[in-house]
Design a protein around this ligand. Sequence first.
Ligand SMILES: Cc1cc2nc3c(=O)[nH]c(=O)nc-3n(C[C@H](O)[C@H](O)[C@H](O)COP(=O)(O)O)c2cc1C
Length: 199
Amino acid sequence: MTVMRTALLVIGHPAPGSFSHAMAQAAQHVLAASGYRCVRHDLYAEGFNPVQPVPEASNVASDDPLVEAHCADLAQADLILVFHPNWWSQPPAIVKGWIDRVFRLGTAYGYPEGVGFEGVPQGLLRARHALVFNTSNTPPAREQAVFGDPLDGLWRTAVFGLCGVGSVHRRMVGPMAGSSDAQRAAWLDEVDALVRQVL
Ligand SMILES: Cc1cc2nc3c(=O)[nH]c(=O)nc-3n(C[C@H](O)[C@H](O)[C@H](O)COP(=O)(O)O)c2cc1C
């Protein structure tokens, strides 16, 4: 009996017609055709609350059922895909809050027996691969040269690396402003190809 693998797709863009949504749609198409069960979370559409309330300060459990559902989906995913625009070289706040509340202690990372918070955390996620797709208006060379592309370090090292997902594939497309339909179609083909490559 073959066990169906699960892909988690998370979108953080306020407009349902955004290119982040279009990239997620293209990726989901490939995943579904490849036999993946796709769990899709559109953070704005769900009304995800990015603000961690005081009772959640220990970062191990939440009174918010949506946060608990997200944590279960994150833990069970074989493959994690994230889609969001570049806002000030960071994710939109709703995505940052998703990281804060969902990549939590005991779900995404932990500490070895007998080692306290001063120790080196261990990743707990089951997924071995993550894909991050971003949109931007800054030309890639300028994003790298002037800003150092902070989104790359955030996802590759601080989040997925720490949580045990060693293989992170990231593509930031753009400049979006003034891009032609042909260019956008070519970017969607790139999404398709990158997902196939990882599968
Ligand atoms: C609050 C905000 C901050 C932004 N900051 C940046 C930025 O730092 N660098 C950049 O290249 N684009 C920035 N942008 C532009 C977005 O990245 C761009 O609008 C988006 O990627 C376009 O994708 P869309 O057509 O799917 O909305 C920002 C947009 C907003 C609304």
